[in-house]
Structures are given as C-alpha cells and as structure tokens.
Design a protein around this ligand. Structure first.
Ligand SMILES: [Zn+2]
Length: 470
C-alpha cells in the first residue's frame, strides 16, 4: 500500500436497509441463487491459492521493472487466456528498483566499549538517493514529529542523519484500526525525507511502519528527497533514541539502492465479455508488483489471485454476466502507481462505461465485507450481496468518502463506484513490506473467503438490471 492509504480516513456508515431495492430495477429472482452458487464454489476452490503460491514461491519478489515482474505479467496473462478471457497487456513505463548494499553501524555513542560498533538493521526506501559505495558518516538527530524537526531547525539538522522515531500504534492495530495506525506512521515514511532534506539533512531514517517485534525493517515508498532515505527496525529506532538522549550518537550509513532507468512494463487486463452490455465494465483487481524483501504474498499476490479467481469461478460455473468483468493485475502500485495512472489516461474517454471497480490490497485475512465509495442510494441494490455473504460474516458495507484502494482511486475520482475488500488486518502490518511477507502468512480458507466476497460482489454488479446511482 501507498502512503496515506484511503482506509485510514474512511468515515463509517453501516448500511441499513429501510427500503426494498428500487422497484424500477428489481433484482432478477435468479440472481440470488447464482450468487449462492458462486459463493459456495469459491469457498471450496483452491485456484486462488495456487495462483498466489506460484506468484510468491515460484516467481518471487516482483518489484516494478524487474525480471520477476515481467515473468508475473506473462504468467497472469497466460492463465487468463486459459480461462478464455480477452487479454491485453497495457504498457506502463516504470523505473526498475534495484536493491543493493544497505548497512548501518553506530560508530560513536555513550558508553561505547572501545573498538566496537553496534549494527543497526536498516533497509532503503523507494525514493532513496544512494550514498556512495563507501557510505557516509554523520551525527544522528532524533525527532518524534514534524513539529519537533522544525523546532530543531536548520542549525541542528544540517549535515546530520535525521531519525524520525514515530511508533506504529500497535494498540490501534490490535483493535481493528490497523489502517488508521498505518496512516499515522506512514506520513513520516512518505514525507519525512523531504522535510529533513529541506533543513539540510545528510540523510533521513524512519522507524519502520509496522507492528512486529522481530527487528525487521519494513521498506516502502517515500517521496524522492535527494538524500539517502531508509527505515530502521522499530527496535533500532528505540535504541538510537535512547542513546541519543544520553549523548552524541554517530552513524555510518550505506544505502546504495535506487531506481534505475525506466523500462516498459504492463498492466494485465483480461475481459470476460458481458452478454448484454459488453461495453460496461466491472473491474476486479489487485497489484502484481511487490516490494522485494519478501515474496509479495499478502501484498498483493493475494489480491491478484482472488481477482483471477472471480473469472475462474464464472467459467467453472458456466456463467456469463450481462456486463463485462475485467480482471486487472496492476503494475507499480508500490513504487509510484504508474500502472493506475496509465490506465486512467488510456481509458479516460471510457470512464462513464466503467460500472464499478473492486480492489483487494489489504492482505488475505478474513473479510468482513467492503469499504465503498458509492452513492448511498446504491446500497439497497447491494442487499442480495450482503445476504449471500452473511454466512461467513463478509456482509458489512462501510461507506467512505475516499477511494478504498490506491489503484482504483483514479476511477473513484471520476465517479466510478469503488469497492475495497475490508480484511481483518490486525496482523497485516507485522509483515507488510518486510522480508516476512511470504506465502505461509496466508490461511487458505481465509483466501477462499476473500475470493468469494470479490466474486459475489462482481457477479452481482455485472448482472444488476439497472445502473448504480452515482
Ligand atoms: Zn499493496
């Protein structure tokens, strides 16, 4: 996920149905039995798990521009062709993120034993400007907020390594507010390096945005700031802050990772053509690129896999919806979002024909339902979806004023009804963007539930008799 994810700010309005679906466009009586069949097939199918397993285990980390990302594009396209979808590769120019040397040592600190250093666990952020191969050595200054950094001012920041020691709020995450916790902390990953650079800092480090306790640094995107930018493990941020409170701390930092030259990559776009309104499109989607530390299983191989599963289930059940269902595996969500920007540009004239868009990019945990940026007048039409998904608790619809996903945000801004699956994300950020984003974090039955939620919603939207109010 990107900084300032929409999920951190949604306002909650649980749908209540006082009135029946619009009498102008009643849901066809056979739609609900079709949705039940889709649900039940999804809850016993292993296709999605096989897809995410291939992406994560066999192809592996898929940073935009990498050979693995290209292999994933070709793999997903071929799988969708096997399902007899009309598949297009839509071009996206992306930089190729290449991770190289990343190391940090405290070389001076209070109480230091002679001729020793302390290793710090660090990883470069997207947006990093590399250090020289020899690295740089500078004093560390710690800030716990943007205000604290401003109060330190140019005199105390220039030439130093700024460390933003801002905690990820694990209590919020444990209580089901992981998106909010992420949003608060990720502001420093996204914008901290620029604010430090503005005051002349030599480099900027942030406390990793994540909730785990195994001294893992979590990478992610940061706005390019013209200085080296990295994340240290939460434990190391605390360690450095405690030492800095006692006296001077000096660090040697080497971060040589960077974006290399732009290369051509692709969004994979596969259409299961509608029977009555093929020009009207319901999108099901996740992003195919991933960060490189883990294998991109929960972020977001899972999202791509369940979108593929929607098409697979409809084929398996021999169902052709009235509108086109479009599977999209987005490229470059993590490192700039060039895939969704390219799609919005290339399809600008077709926005009105996009009936709705669904995205999954909050892991593979048990789904509670959907976050939705839709006109509340559309809610009664979604009642059959909620009834069908209630059997496993995926029947909530939270109304949001912002896009529930970053890849469908341009569509949402254009007025396309936008849905994101609302997963149980209590542990998601323990692994997110770290080396621990691996296939074992996915519980197969929970992935099936996600597939069921996406497929049932997509099939309902693609078969509604009338338009969704916008
Ligand atoms: Zn993601």
């Amino acid at each position: 996920m990107r900084p300032l994810i929409a999920v951190c700010t949604f306002t909650i309005a649980v749908a209540v149905f006082a009135q029946p679906p619009s009498s102008d466009h009643p849901a066809p009586p056979d739609l609900k039995s079709e949705l039940l069949a889709v649900r039940d097939a999804a809850l016993t199918d292993d296709y999605a798990y096989q897809q995410v397993a291939h992406l994560a285990d066999n192809i592996g980390p898929r940073p935009a521009g990498s050979p693995q990302a290209q292999a994933a594009v070709e793999y997903v396209a071929e799988e969708l062709r096997k399902l007899k979808l009309d598949v297009k590769l839509e071009e996206v120019r992306v930089p190729h993120w290449v991770r190289r040397v990343e190391s940090a040592e405290l070389v001076e600190y209070p109480g230091q034993a002679s001729q020793t250093q302390q290793k710090i666990f660090v990883t470069a952020l997207g947006g990093n400007t590399p250090t020289s191969a020899a690295g740089l050595t500078a004093d560390v200054v710690v800030a716990r907020s943007f205000d604290e950094l401003q109060a330190l001012g140019h005199a105390k920041v220039a030439g130093r390594i700024v460390l933003f020691d801002v905690s990820f709020d694990k209590q919020k995450a444990a209580a089901g507010l992981a998106g909010e916790a992420y949003g608060e902390a990720v502001a420093y990953r996204g914008n901290g390096p620029r604010s430090a650079a503005d005051l002349g800092a030599a480099a900027c480090l942030v406390r990793s945005v994540g909730g785990a306790d195994y001294r893992l640094p979590h990478t992610g995107f940061s706005q390019p700031a013209g200085i080296p930018a990295g994340a240290v493990s939460a434990e190391d941020a605390g360690l450095i802050a405690r030492l800095a409170a006692q006296g001077n701390v000096r660090m040697h930092l080497t971060l040589t990772s960077q974006n290399e030259a732009d290369v051509t990559s692709y969004n994979v776009v596969g259409d299961l053509r509608g029977s009555e309104h093929p020009e009207q499109v319901v999108i099901v989607s996740g992003h195919l690129d991933s960060w490189d530390l883990g294998t991109g299983a929960i972020d977001d191989g899972a999202g791509v896999a369940i979108a593929m599963e929607t098409a697979q289930l409809l084929r398996q059940l021999n169902l052709q919806p009235r509108r086109t269902i479009r599977v999209i595996a987005w490229m470059d969500e993590e490192n700039g979002g060039r895939g969704h920007d390219a799609y919005a540009k290339d399809h600008a004239s077709e926005m009105a024909r996009h009936f709705a868009a669904i995205e999954s990019d909050l892991g593979a945990g048990h789904p509670f339902g959907f976050e939705a940026k839709i006109n509340p007048d559309a809610l009664p039409l979604l009642k059959p979806v909620q009834e069908v998904l209630q059997s496993f608790g995926a029947n909530v619809i939270h109304l949001s004023t912002r896009s529930p996903g970053s890849d469908i945000a341009p569509l949402a801004r254009a007025g396309v009804p936008a849905f994101g699956i609302l997963q149980d994300s209590r542990t998601y950020f323990n692994y997110h963007h770290s080396a621990a984003d691996t296939l074992d974090k996915i519980v197969p039955q929970e992935l099936r539930e996600n597939a069921a939620a996406m497929a049932v919603l997509a099939d309902a939207l693609a078969n509604l008799p009338g338009p969704l109010p916008r």
